[in-house]
Write a protein that binds this ligand. Structure first.
Ligand code: ATP
Ligand code: MG
Length: 553
């Protein structure tokens, strides 16, 4: 089983690697060089994790390099906060860009020179049409576009106007620089795309130096070429842009010709992977920031308690495809369970406590029980858990009038306390006014200590517990999917019940040694993580990462 799993993990092959294998075999490429090119206009999400994994692990596989490049050509939406968060997320996933951190904005001078070169070659022109007119003239999928009245300006006039655009002589939106390709092309992207626009906006890197900014389709292939990228991996929506990508490289007679390869975006059910939509959740305060544990962002997943290993395993096992598909979120949950299963201690936590007094247990006595840290992984050793006269059990583990198949605690019935003794419920104490059960009186059988080899009789149920005196109070946050499908429209909508806060939980005292961010299995409840943001010296807060049961088959 283990060796089989290893095989799956090591088999990083996919259609992109087949292309690279061929390029290497034919000598077209000597050393593989990829890049991850995020736009710093939001925090990264699970879809970006897939791209990061693919770009970096592909370079790794071939002993090549992967750059981190900020595609910061649109200053209106970008911010340094996002730059920092992106770096942190890539590093956390375990990838190292070495000294190859780049910004497209570092190439603004060179990109400007390339634009001048295109003009000189008669392959670009300044257009005075309004944005609306440009749209109108573009035609449709079934009708060819119409040439702009300014399309046949002389090289000299174009040079003069473009330089004056750069010098700030014209207002925003008054003119653009367009590539001169083919207004009748069946590919809309080839109908004289805009390559520079005027925007009198301060840029987070270049300040006020520029008031013209290159468009993505122009900046991207040239940035790739400048950095010596061999394989420029991107998502399918850029497939129709590939002819344009190649056109710029050819028109400018660039020697290094990176190859653009597209794959299907990662889409996960119950998750939204659009920075714009995620930003609106943050701005409208529907969530507690970009790192809210329900967010599909990398920072949200990290705060929730996901590990880089689980995320990368998920990226790999969901494969690299040419066709669109949606991965069920339960598969992501399966991956984190698998990762934590043998690595994390399994401890006892009572989330909805009901007091139990063991009337025949000596008052003031505390017994330290030796408990396995992880029943499936003996290498994790044991720990000591205190047992005493007053304990708490889970309220739902007791029923006054149980149905037939209820094997936990009920009046006159016996149950096993995990790692401890059998107890029998003798008396139920209720609140006089409300009738609510507030306490149980039980007796224990000293003969039945766990590990003592007792074989006198059996009980069907085992329940967990925490010693009242020793337990550590905590708040536990249970999550459901942030998005659910609307029954009528099938669209994803916000789930109004995505967060449930339990404020009176009690955790066994071994938790005192844990640090923020540590993960645990709470027996019978799932995997939990100490919240890094809201936990203080006075208050312990847990996030449920995932429940124990898998709905994934
Ligand atoms: P968004 O639409 O959320 O803003 P984007 O594609 O515009 O995403 P970028 O910052 O441009 O965001 O993305 C950087 C890289 O990550 C790109 O190469 C992009 O193709 C890739 N990427 C973005 N979303 C996904 C996804 N869902 N699956 C795989 N790769 C993705
Ligand atoms: Mg993008």
């Amino acid at each position: 089983m283990e060796s089989n799993k290893k095989q799956i993990n090591e088999d990083h092959s996919n259609f992109i690697h087949d292309i690279i294998d061929k390029d290497l075999a034919e000598g077209v490429v000597k050393k593989v060089h990829t890049r991850f090119p995020p736009e710093p206009n939001g925090y990264l999400h699970i879809g970006h994790a897939k791209a990061i994994w693919l770009d970096f692990s592909t370079a790794e596989k071939y002993g090549g390099l992967c750059n981190l490049r900020f595609d910061d050509t649109n200053p209106t939406a970008e911010d340094v906060e996002y730059v920092e968060s992106i770096k942190e997320d890539v590093r956390w996933l375990g990838y190292d860009w070495g000294d190859r951190l780049y910004y497209a904005s570092w190439y603004f001078d060179q990109l400007y020179e390339y634009a001048i070169e295109l003009i000189k070659k008669g392959k670009a022109y300044v257009d005075d049409l309004t944005a609306e007119e440009i749209r109108e003239y573009r035609g449709t999928l079934t009708e060819p576009g119409k040439e702009s009245t300014y399309r046949n300006r002389s090289v000299e006039e174009n040079l003069d106007l473009f330089i004056r655009m750069k010098n700030g002589e014209f207002p925003d939106g008054s003119r653009v620089l367009r590539a001169k390709i083919d207004m009748a092309s069946p590919n809309m992207n080839m109908r004289d795309p805009v390559i520079y626009r005027i925007a009198h906006v301060k840029h987070h890197n270049t300040g006020d130096k520029w008031c013209i900014y290159p468009m993505y389709d122009f900046a991207h292939p040239l940035s790739d070429a400048i950095e010596g990228i061999t394989h420029s991996i991107c998502t399918l929506e850029f497939e129709d842009h590939r002819p344009l990508y190649n056109w710029f490289l050819e028109a400018l007679e660039i020697e290094n010709r990176p190859k653009q390869i597209e794959f299907a975006r990662l889409e996960v059910s119950n998750m939204v992977t659009s920075k714009r939509k995620l930003r609106s959740l943050v701005e409208e305060k529907i969530v507690d920031g970009w790192d809210d544990p329900r967010m599909p962002t990398i920072s949200g997943l990290r705060r929730r308690g996901y590990t880089p290993e689980a995320i990368k395993d998920f990226c790999q096992k969901t494969g690299v495809a040419k066709n669109k598909g949606v991965v069920d979120i339960s598969f992501l949950e399966h991956c984190i369970r698998e990762d934590l299963k043998l690595k994390k201690p399994r401890i006892m936590a009572v989330l909805d406590p009901l007091k139990v007094v063991i009337t025949n247990y000596p008052e003031g006595q505390v017994e330290m029980l030796d408990v396995e840290n992880n029943a499936e992984n003996p290498e994790m050793g044991t720990r000591q858990v205190p047992f005493s006269r007053v304990i708490y059990i889970e309220r739902e583990d007791f029923m006054e009038d149980p149905p037939k198949k209820f094997f936990r605690l009920s009046p006159g019935k016996e149950v096993r306390l995990k790692n401890a003794y059998f107890i029998k419920c003798e008396k139920v104490i209720k609140d006089e006014k409300t009738g609510e059960i507030i306490e149980l009186h039980c007796t224990y059988d000293p003969e039945t200590k766990s590990g003592s080899g007792f074989s006198g009789r059996k009980v069907k149920g085992t329940i967990h517990w925490v010693s009242a005196e020793h337990g550590v109070p905590a708040e536990v946050r249970l999550y459901d999917h942030l998005f659910i499908e609307d029954e009528q429209t099938g669209e994803l909508v916000i789930n109004p019940d995505s967060l449930k806060v339990l404020k009176n939980c009690l955790i066994e005292p071994s938790i005192k040694e844990a640090k923020k961010g540590d993960q645990f299995q709470f027996l019978r409840h799932g995997y939990f993580c100490i919240d890094t943001k809201d936990t203080t010296d006075e208050k312990l807060v847990f996030n449920r990462i995932v429940s124990l049961k898998s709905s994934w088959k």
